[in-house]
Design a protein around this ligand. Sequence first.
Ligand SMILES: O=C1N(Cc2ccc(-c3nnn[nH]3)cc2)c2ccc(Br)cc2C12CCN(S(=O)(=O)c1cccs1)CC2
Length: 233
Amino acid sequence: KEKIEFTTEQQALMRVITDAYNKHQIPQDVTKKLLQDQYSTEENFLLLTEMATSQVQVLVEFTKNIPGFLSLDREDQIALLKGSAVEAMFLRSAQALNKKMPIGHTEVLEERIHKSGISEEFIKPMFNFYKSIGELHMVLEEQALLTTITILTPDRPYVKDQPAVERLQENVLDLLRKMCVLHHPQEPQYFARLLGRLTELRTLSHYHAEMLASWKVNNHKFTPLLCEIWDVQ
Ligand SMILES: O=C1N(Cc2ccc(-c3nnn[nH]3)cc2)c2ccc(Br)cc2C12CCN(S(=O)(=O)c1cccs1)CC2
């Protein structure tokens, strides 16, 4: 049985990232609205838009707490945020929807997504991802680290100093690998399975880009923040 040792730096990194992940959550009033009475397709879409806007705000605040992020080149900070916004939002949303909720809440939320005008071709991979995240039973630290790894992806478009991002991401990958051995000692492949989800996230973000184009055509309105981060004109 491998003895897992964390360096002092790794313990500090784990604490900062987990605290930040816990601190920045979607306000209850926004999620509560999703649970209220029946809405039309348009109203559901608007609610999901409101949620997504909240998710982006939470993402920006969380990212600012990632050790080393604010020391990166400012334009690279923007490139990392824009490049990871959709993936981080889907990861965060899947993790949130997999949380234990009062009886019937999860079904109501799932129904809302089904009845929001999102086309079936996108709904299917989205729900597959959501269920595959649920099956992993990630502990909170793993969720926070995986979200951080998504944000610190060096090969996003327009990132100039990729080695600087790689160095930050490598520290978090090392930490996640150890956390996986610690929390899932019976599953030596668990760490690899987590990283496999990141590949699925990239596919989802390609679907999302296509959906944006079709939503634009159907004249769906987005908030200024979403237009900014999703490059919607
Ligand atoms: O809204 C979603 N939800 C519901 C949701 C999201 C967050 C929380 C939550 N609670 N606490 N913290 N977060 C709860 C439920 C959800 C759940 C799982 C996956 Br996979 C994905 C999603 C989306 C993400 C955004 N898209 S979107 O396509 O970008 C789009 C934008 C505008 C209109 S449609 C829709 C699906």
